[in-house]
Design a protein around this ligand. Structure first.
Ligand code: PLP
Length: 369
């Protein structure tokens, strides 16, 4: 059989396997005309609560909004400092900046690519209000360390779990460890909608009430606005199809993990394969390795029909919009990894033949003189 076309992420074939179920869930919403805060939204929120073991799960319009809403609920104000990683998607920093607060970066651990918890404490000042750990590529951060520091200094912990819904830290789902968790259902995420969608989780009743109000223009009762809010709702159609896909999330995570283990087996004599912390479940939102001549490798793979991506080519402290007083050399681990990291095709539909082919081409390039 000929090799099937290789995609970075294959949401189309994933959909086709459960097409009837998804289509009927979408049709139900259309038939009901309950597009805004219809019953599908509540149902999905309840199902996510059960899935994660979180007391509250509140839908919103995107993962980016989830971060902003969580920080608004934590009362983040201009001048506050938020500790986070420079090696992540821009949304984490963007939302801090939108609230007038300052991102205070801590370099990453070269094995996990997550915030280096041994360097957090030295960055804490009287202005520090929160830590935002990002569970990058689907691997949990070292949450014990982060929670210990946050308790010592009385800081909020807002988990950016946009890439990690379903991953476990010491048996506990990420999103339920800090004060709040932020999830993205962007189509290519492990649980992907057919458009933008997001969610904030918390075990704290007061925060939950505030979060819900913020998503609804700062109101509990329509047209009575008690606090500053925004308009950020989880769309009913998205909720309905996410409800269907949530049932398959663990099997999706397992399929990604299996694909990662197959890559590992192929690469073990050539590359440092992704490190996995003891006592975690890594769900491999991305499979990323560090390579020589990265940009030439990308070209070579492309010529051979293999897509790849760089997550992320420029650490946030070197982005034009977010430079503050940072400069090249401030976070050397992030800078080095941004120069040689590559993410290979990773999704639920990869077959053995594709993994064999992709890994053989990666190794072939690596071995070229
Ligand atoms: C995708 C992502 C976000 C933003 O999610 P959207 O739903 O696209 O707004 C935030 N943080 C990280 C780490 C992400 O990967």
């Amino acid at each position: 059989m000929a090799l099937k076309q290789i995609y970075m992420v294959d949401t189309k074939n994933q959909y086709l396997k459960i097409k009837d179920e998804i289509d009927s869930a979408i049709k139900n919403v259309i038939d009901s005309s309950l597009f805004i805060q219809g019953p599908a939204v509540k149902e999905f929120e309840n199902n996510v609560q059960n899935y994660l073991g979180a007391k509250h799960a509140i839908g919103c319009a995107s993962g980016t909004d989830a971060l902003q809403i969580a920080m608004m609920a934590a009362n983040i104000k201009p001048g506050d400092e938020i500790i986070t990683t420079p090696f992540t998607f821009v949304a984490t920093t963007e939302t801090i900046a939108l609230l007038g607060a300052a991102p205070v970066y801590v370099d990453i651990n070269p094995d996990t690519f997550n915030i280096d918890t041994s360097k957090i404490e030295e960055k804490i000042t009287p202005k520090t209000k929160a830590i935002i750990p990002v569970h990058l590529y689907g691997q949990p951060c070292d949450m014990d360390q982060i929670m210990e520091i946050s308790q010592k200094y009385n800081l909020y912990v807002i988990e950016d779990a946009a890439q990690a819904m379903g991953s476990l830290y010491k048996g506990q789902k990420v999103c339920t460890i800090g004060d709040m968790g932020c999830i993205s259902y962007y189509p290519s995420k492990n649980l992907g909608a057919f458009g933008d969608a997001g969610m904030i989780t918390t075990n704290n009743d007061e925060l939950a009430e505030k979060i819900r109000m913020i998503t609804a223009h700062g109101s509990k009762r329509k047209y009575y606005h008690e606090i500053l809010g925004i308009n950020s709702r989880l769309d009913s159609i998205q909720a309905a199809l996410l409800n269907v896909k949530l049932k398959y999330l663990d099997s999706y995570s397992d399929a990604r993990f299996d694909a990662a283990m197959k890559y590992n087996e192929k690469f073990k004599n050539y590359f440092k394969t992704p490190y996995i912390l003891p006592d975690v479940k890594h769900i491999f939102h991305q499979y990323s390795i560090r390579v020589k001549n990265r940009d030439k490798m990308i070209e070579f793979l492309k010529q051979n029909g293999i897509p790849s991506m760089i997550y992320y080519p420029v650490p946030l402290h070197l982005q034009k919009a977010y430079k503050y007083s940072y400069k090249q050399g401030d976070f050397p681990v992030s800078e080095e990894i941004a120069n040689d990291i590559i993410s290979l095709p990773m999704h639920t539909e990869l077959d053995n033949e594709q993994i064999d082919y992709i890994s053989s081409k990666v190794i072939e390039f690596n071995n070229m003189k």
